[in-house]
Design a protein around this ligand. Sequence first.
Ligand code: NDJ
Length: 634
Amino acid sequence: MAAGVFLFLAFNLVFLCTSGNQVSKRSFSIDYNNNCFIKDGKTFQYISGSIHYSRVPRAYWRDRLLKMYMTGLNAIQVYVPWNFHESTEGVYNFTGDRDLVHFLDLANQTGLLVILRPGPYICAEWEMGGLPAWLLQKPNIILRSADAEYLQAVTNWFAVLLPKLKPWLYINGGNIITVQVENEYGSYFACDYNYMRHLRTLFRLFLGDQTVLFTVDGNTDKEMTCGSLGGLYATVDFGTDTNVKEAFKRQRRFEPRGPLVNSEFYTGWLDHWGDPHAMVGTEKIIRVLSEMLVLGANVNMYMFEGGTNFGYWNGADHDTRYRSVVTSYDYDAPLSEAGDPTEKLLAIREVIKMFRDVPTGPMPPATPKYAYGFVTLKKVGEVGSLLSIISPMGPVKSQYPLTFEQLKQYYGYVLYRTTLPRDLSEPTPLICPLNGIHDRAYVSVNGVYQGLLERDITLVTNVTGKQGDTLDILVENMGRVNFGSKINDYKGILSNLILGQDVLTDWNIYPLDIDGAIAGGWPHSVNAKLKPPAKKEELLGPTFYMGTFESNGLTWDTFLKLHEWTKGQVWINGINLGRYWPARGPQQTVYVPGPQLSSTQTNNITILELEGAPTHLRALFMDRPLLNITTSRS
Ligand SMILES: CCCCNC(=S)N1C[C@H](O)[C@@H](O)[C@@H](O)[C@H]1CO
């Protein structure tokens, strides 16, 4: 459609939606007569983009926000992950990369309004959809419902979070214009209106009754029915393959008056390990975006800056089977994982120019990237030989296996140790009935790797050894399910292990605090004489490796390529960058933000390789990402 027609239509729609009354103090509300938002007495249409502060290092927040502003966005949409701030019940953290108020302040300084999504559940391909795993210690808890234990925990959390946000409401002088209640609740089985009523009460109690509260649901009648509630403005989410008019007609069935809102217009999509890298074409995006803006709709692009699932924060899906989300949350978004403006961003900016003034001046450039080259590593030792360091509290003794939640270890790894009940001269099947390994188990006998079990995929592995040999089973939490009915995703060994005809008992169970050991300087602080592995077998199974490299005085972004390795976790300068799994893909590089490097000290790298390291113990730092190679290696 020619630009002139656009402008004519846009002017008329805006004209239809214009309110003339002038107000003095700050206000933000819904104008049900003119079907739009009103900000300080004037029509307001938001063109927004999602960015998650929990997926971008604090040092880069301003950079990403400025690029979003220069694209012509007037708002950003932000999730608050409950478990990011309260990983342990009653212990709150809003500092450093968790400093939400600082992030809001930077957005305000940058001229961006905020659409806030405090949950308590957020989905977002985030661990357990943002819910803290310690909720699962409450027996038979029904998450996302009027379950008393759950509601008490939510109320306690909101009593801490919401008072921090109240001063940042636009009507109080801040930049938060609207607040979402829950997240796509209509997609969840419970459909519990008492739960939603309780949340509405909490938001009103802590934020006052002037705040625009809204809900977001998928584009079906069932979802919108279970997800919406009186007093909460119902909005819809849909991507490029949806009929725009049909979707907004559906919203109109729930909100006959008020602004049209697409709360999640998908600019890309997520990747699970083993998927081909998801991509959404720019042409489709600008066509549908234009169609919505011409209608005067308010649009949030999900994601605008995806970022990274650092550490253990990735979520998972469970439709036909468990599928873990990759470390990169690039999402094929307009800003890349490393915050680089893409062709998609520039095309979106051209569309926005037809509807509002876009800031003049240059788009800030991509942050500089550097190929630091190959780094050689040395073997530190097998996990089972380092327990005094990585599990300093010692084992929990139990006749039968305990879950991560029973151990009060929520993320990462637990080592389960027992002894072989008899001689096993022939390969003997080890199974966990009821598919009880959550999510991956790496099996060793006397420190020699024997194989693995994987939830939904590999339900048996063979073991040989002698009676009394040490059987080590390292279990990895690969991320709790973040969508659907299986979010109560317990981790560890959930049912007994059976070896041949023996039920394995008398366990020594080691919760591993690897991050604590590494934060304390291990293994680089230990000047052990590390001998190179003699045999290939010594490179198999869960094993730590370490290395150092100089950054030539630079702290530029880089991408760690471990294509010769199999699967594991990587830390640089004590920071957990996340998981790597080149054997499965599609992600082949791990993003290393420049601010995490040192230009003056030697940089150190620690790798936990879970399956098999390459003979040449080396890693490669590249100046570009590789996110779309799915291999057949496993
Ligand atoms: C594969 C099932 C994905 C379910 N999630 C969906 S539909 N989404 C809606 C959800 O609100 C958002 O947080 C994100 O999780 C988004 C996908 O990126």
